[in-house]
Design a protein around this ligand. Structure first.
Ligand code: APR
Length: 250
């Protein structure tokens, strides 16, 4: 197959080696912070200050983090292929690594939005420390409370239609660092074309993957550059890697 179009679908695992925690690993965010207190639409309404503070802390940690080898390898695919990144992550590390087509399903922490019926979105000025944190009483021009542009549990996920259509166009579909436990995002693995080459890069070998995926058991910083190097230097090797079914890199 001639490879033209690559879609990379990422979760928190791709940013773990940038120092950002995942959600469901032993040191994950949802182990430390109960979801129902900080990450549901009900919590935002009931306890706005606590939710704003939780995302202020996450925003500052993300702004301090740097893209890692996996983010840069994904961005380097654009040198040769039409590449789209679909991410569940609210960090902007793919963009900072150079990826130019990034679809965020769960929001983007460098933006605020208001709570008007039709929300307005605002890019924050990350160079101005005064604009980093959101406080109760920070309002949009329509008078509604500002919040971080993050999709909370109980809210509709954004950009799913475009994400489905991108996956259906992919010749190569690479899933990196997601437990595939949160829907509808996790449905993407079922939208690949029958002739697409599908890979999953993750140290967890218990993931619930469709049979057409080749699992590369590895951390992102090792597994992503490894497969990207083949795609850039020896794309004809991809079909034989697929036939392996499972590869252990660690
Ligand atoms: N490299 C690659 N993958 C890793 C690494 C690593 N170094 N470390 C952990 N992982 C894998 C884990 O094995 C797991 O499969 O990353 C995945 C992290 O899973 P989750 O913590 O569930 O994160 P994610 O899948 O992104 O969560 C999806 O859930 O709570 C919501 O909105 C939140 O976007 C998030 C969504």
């Amino acid at each position: 197959m001639r490879i033209r179009y690559i879609v990379v679908f990422t979760g928190a695992g791709v940013s773990r080696e940038s120092g950002l925690p995942t959600f469901r690993d032993v040191d994950g965010l949802w182990i430390k912070y109960p979801i129902e207190e900080v990450a549901t639409i009900d919590a935002l309404v009931r306890n706005t200050e606590k939710v704003l503070e939780f995302y202020n802390i996450r925003r500052r940690k993300i702004l301090e983090a740097k893209p890692n080898a996996a983010h840069y390898a994904i961005a380097s695919l654009e040198k040769k292929y039409n590449t789209v990144v679909i991410t569940q992550n609210i960090d902007n590390l793919h963009e900072r690594a150079g990826s130019t087509k990034v679809i965020h399903l769960h929001g983007l922490i460098t933006q605020n939005k208001c709570m008007c019926p039709t929300p307005h979105y605002y890019d924050i000025d990350i160079t101005d420390d005064r604009t980093i944190d959101l406080r109760l009483g920070d309002k949009c021009e329509g008078g509604s409370q500002l919040r971080h542009n993050v999709v909370l549990f109980g809210e509709a996920v954004e950009n799913m239609e475009i994400a489905y259509s991108e996956v259906q166009k992919a010749d190569i579909f690479i899933v990196v660092g997601t437990s595939l436990k949160v829907y509808p995002a996790a449905n993407l693995v079922y939208y690949t074309r029958p002739d697409a080459y599908c890979f999953c890069i993750d140290p967890d070998e218990s993931l619930n993957l469709p049979a057409n995926f080749c699992h590369i058991k590895s951390r992102a910083v090792k597994g992503v550059p490894w497969i990207v190097n083949f795609l850039l230097e020896n794309p004809q090797e991809i079909s034989s890697i697929m036939k392996e079914g499972k590869i252990v890199l660690e």
